[in-house]
Write a protein that binds this ligand. Structure first.
Ligand code: SF4
Length: 212
């Protein structure tokens, strides 16, 4: 009953989020994931130019790499999308700047943070996976990726105590995760994730379902 209530609240949240047009420079549509009432929350940076037409986050090349990482710990793309809540620092495509996806500005990040705050109070996540520097920086102070990837942090965000396990950005433009020490640290982060009780619950949910 409680689960049904929270999934209705998450569905209503996403419906409202999709109507947001607060940032003048952002290019709609708002990109949101599945309305899953999950205890695991993944935070991306912002959608790229393709995600809007697919209607889901991580729908293009960065997503292929991200889901490959999840596959190594026993979850395929469908399972990840249906069992982990996908949030982002900004939910609309920022457009291009000098040939690259524009990094959202401080005001846009501030505007969109209200959606993230609402998600924290709705879901009260036990595990948060920020993907890439911009997302990690919303939760942790850090200098280099080497200081945070491959580690777990326990923080209080709003009224929720949660564990944070950061991942590097899987974008093709970044080579950090393909060379050392990035490769080793990424593998360490994935191992920390798979041992976390909230992710274990998600994996076990799948194996129970497969046995039925
Ligand atoms: S980026 Fe966020 S706050 Fe800005 S218009 Fe899109 S959904 Fe709204």
């Amino acid at each position: 009953m409680k689960e049904m209530k929270s999934s209705t609240a998450v569905t209503a949240h996403i419906r409202n989020l999709k109507k947001c047009r607060r940032c003048a420079k952002m290019i709609p549509p708002v990109v949101a994931g599945e309305p899953v009432a999950s205890k695991v929350l993944l935070i991306g940076q912002a959608p790229g130019s393709r995600e809007g037409s697919f209607g889901k986050p991580f729908a293009w090349s960065a997503g292929k790499t991200l889901f490959k990482w999840f596959k190594t710990i026993g979850l395929d793309e469908e399972e990840v999308r249906n069992r982990i809540y996908f949030a982002a620092v900004c939910r609309c495509f920022p457009g291009k700047e000098k040939g690259h996806d524009r990094v959202p500005d401080a005001q846009e990040i501030q505007n969109c943070s209200r959606w993230l705050r609402a998600e924290f109070s709705l879901l009260k996540p036990h595990l948060v996976i920020p993907v890439g520097k911009l997302a990690i920086g919303q939760l942790l102070e850090f200098d280099k990726l080497e200081d945070v990837i491959g580690k777990s942090f326990s923080i209080q965000f709003l009224k929720t105590r949660t564990d944070i396990i950061p991942l590097p950005h899987p974008s093709g433009a970044s080579t950090w995760h393909r060379r050392e020490p990035g490769r080793k640290l990424l593998a360490k982060a994935l191992q920390l994730m798979v041992k976390h009780p909230a992710l274990q619950a998600i994996i076990n949910k799948g194996s129970t379902k497969n046995r039925q």
